[in-house]
Ligand binder design. Structure first.
Ligand code: PEP
Ligand code: MG
Length: 542
């Protein structure tokens, strides 16, 4: 069935510019030969398998280079899984029982499924590992695998969702991206934002788009217009700065030295979230205190002027850290993650805070520390005491669970600040797994229940005398940042590519106007209605 010209397909927009292009549906992958036995030479099969794994590992290296800093860690972590010696030995056992190299490797990877059944974080990675096993088999069979994207022209790529390996293959001919599934915090969304490719994700009706149809990808309008032209693009509000400084400080989110250097080229007022676990996603041995102090000092020295908010390790669930031995869990997003790691890894947390203190002194920077995934006032107080005994920090917590949002009044005088992680707060407020590609609409920050929860958090922290900020992805949306300022948050921290746009929006309105806009947002009853009403109010002010 083809979609009629003029049809509007709704989803969630990523980016501020619209783009027109021809639909390119990602083709099904070439067929790989089915399971087969070998002719008896087990050594030759082992050698073939080693060679194919090495080939696919170097393909991952190439992808990591193409992807750049933002997603290189993802490919390094995949490479570690692919080259795991235990996995190879399992495949060798299969070869010894008669299967050829390709079949043996696929069977070995499949066997992991049973071992890790129910471990949601590993299941996500298993999907990627299975894709790599197919690549190993394809290499052995001489079959070409890839998206086979066009290299010239202007195409809008349409597919269910794209893995990190897929997004790294995007050619210059990919001018826009539409995903049928995938949410606002999916890999596709994060990578498109970092590459400035306009995208619309969670666009269910895009399943009916066929090759060659011209579409307008209109991220600001959260829609795809079939046959649409540039004149139909929803304009992002062009904010006219009324003052030099934004009504509240805009900080940057970082996760590496490179990010810190790049953030310093923006007008960010310091760093609002340094995700320390991103340094360690592919480390199989625990970094020594000296090594930690060295890397923290480099990052602190490079960071933009202003305070630097460092989050202690947030390992677990979607961010497994290989050197921390984590228990197998049925539901890791609800399990031992973030500050709960203290149960088994208290010493690592202390080492991190002490190494950071060495780095703080060496860099001479103002450092604030905060713990992720806090659920009770007792946990917050335990963290505050631990952090103050390790260094001269302002001490805070992330608000990512509805439970701690309801306990802020118990923390007056105990902590200095809070920073709201709206990515996880949405996940736990809506009981919607942020890794589930089908639940993007519930993770939309404009959902009225999230906006009203944020209102409660801002006023409860104000009443308790605790400074409050927001560092989740929602703060990277200029219009949403105005709502946050109007709700009473004292700072926002955005993805570094969005710092300029967020600052412009917050320099174009007065605090009184932001409060009026926030008052409109909290009365909305649907996510679309909330966004539309806020944009309308802002357009009148601009
Ligand atoms: C959040 O949950 O909003 C957040 C900032 O933390 P992360 O995305 O790293 O979980
Ligand atoms: Mg979080």
């Amino acid at each position: 069935m083809t979609v009629a010209t003029g049809s509007i397909l709704t989803g969630l927009g990523v980016g501020l510019n619209a783009v027109r292009g021809e639909v390119f549906r990602v083709k099904p992958q070439a067929a790989i030969p089915g399971p087969a036995k070998h002719g008896g030479d087990t050594d030759a099969e082992k050698e073939t398998l080693r060679g194919a794994i090495t080939h696919v590992a170097s393909y991952l290296d190439e992808l990591a280079i193409k992807a750049g800093e933002t997603s290189a860690e993802i490919f390094e972590a995949l490479k570690m899984l692919l080259e795991d010696e235990d996995l190879f030995e399992t495949a060798v056992t299969e070869i010894e029982s008669g299967w050829n190299a390709a079949t043996a490797f696929i069977v070995a990877v499949d066997s992991l499924e049973e071992i890790f059944a129910g471990d949601a974080a590993f299941e996500e990675r298993l999907v990627d590992l299975k894709d790599l096993a197919k690549r190993v088999a394809a290499h052995i069979a001489g079959v070409h695998m890839g998206l086979d994207l066009p290299t010239s022209g202007a195409y809008v790529i349409v597919g269910d969702d794209f893995s990190p390996a897929d997004t790294a293959q995007f050619t210059d001919a990919v001018v826009g991206v539409v995903t049928i599934k995938g949410g606002p915090t999916s890999h596709t969304a994060i990578i498109c934002r970092s590459k400035s490719i306009p995208a619309v994700v969670s666009c269910t009706q895009a399943a009916e788009l066929v090759d060659g149809v011209s579409v307008l990808v209109d991220p600001v309008g959260d829609r795809v217009v079939v046959g649409g032209d540039d004149s139909m693009a929803t304009k992002a509000i062009s904010f006219v700065a009324k003052s030099l400084d934004p009504i509240i400080p805009v900080r940057a989110n970082i996760g590496s030295l490179e990010d810190s250097i790049q953030a310093a080229t923006t007008a960010a007022n310091g760093v609002g979230l340094f995700r320390t676990e991103l340094l360690y996603l592919s480390e199989s041995t625990m970094p020594s205190a000296q090594k930690q102090a060295k890397s923290y000092a480099e990052i602190l020295k490079a960071a933009p002027e202003g305070p630097i908010v460092v989050r202690t390790i947030d390992a677990g669930s979607d961010k497994p850290v290989p050197f921390l031995d984590m228990p197998h869990e049925e539901n890791p997003a609800l399990g031992i993650r973030g500050f709960r790691l203290i149960q088994d890894h208290r010493q690592f947390l202390i080492d991190q805070l002490t190494s950071l203190e060495v780095a703080r002194k060496e860099s001479g920077r103002e450092v604030w520390v905060m713990a992720p995934m806090i659920a009770t006032a007792a946990e917050a107080i335990e963290f505050a005491e631990m952090a103050r005994s390790c260094g001269e920090y302002k001490v805070g917590i992330m608000v990512e669970t509805p439970a701690i949002a309801m306990a802020l009044r118990d923390l007056g005088g105990k902590i200095d600040f809070i920073s709201v992680g709206t990515n996880d707060l949405s996940q736990y407020l809506f009981a919607a797994d942020r890794m589930n590609a089908g639940l993007g609409a519930l993770l939309n920050p404009w959902q009225p229940a999230l906006v009203r929860m944020l209102q409660v958090i801002a006023s409860e922290s104000e009443a308790a005398g605790i400074s409050s900020g927001v560092c989740g992805e929602s703060a990277s949306d200029p219009a949403f940042a105005v709502v946050l300022a109007g709700l009473g948050f004292k700072s926002v921290s955005a993805s570094r590519s969005q710092v300029g746009a967020v600052r412009s929006a917050l320099s174009a309105v007065s605090l009184e106007q932001a409060k009026e806009v926030a008052a409109i947002a909290v009365t909305a009853t649907t996510a679309d209605g909330c966004k539309a009403a806020v944009l309308d109010a802002l357009a009148k002010l601009a």
